[in-house]
Design a protein around this ligand. Sequence first.
Ligand SMILES: [Zn+2]
Ligand SMILES: [Zn+2]
Length: 116
Amino acid sequence: MTAECAAHEGTPATGSCTRCGRFACDACLDGRRPGWCSACANRPGARLEVSGRAKVVLFLSVVGVMLPPLALVGWWLGRSTQPLEADEPLLRGARWLQWTALVLWGLGGVLWFGQR
Ligand SMILES: [Zn+2]
Ligand SMILES: [Zn+2]
């Protein structure tokens, strides 16, 4: 799977925006602001702050690796929220952690019960 440009579907990404972190293609990165994607170049003043909710989701996911029920809560919160632009990398990381927790605990459960 190759990364696609966030703005141009089907166009392989050649890098990521240094501002928002989204994948971008050559056309996007060579815009008015080198290293920035076209979305960021179009609104340089847009605030890129992470919402408190996304931080909670990430926190729950980190703790959730040890305590899976919290990962579930984080997953639910992450799903029910409309993410801000700046939240995306955070939520992506949180989702990855949630999956890791799920797989680890799933494997642990299989091994545990397999021994009996
Ligand atoms: Zn950007
Ligand atoms: Zn593009």
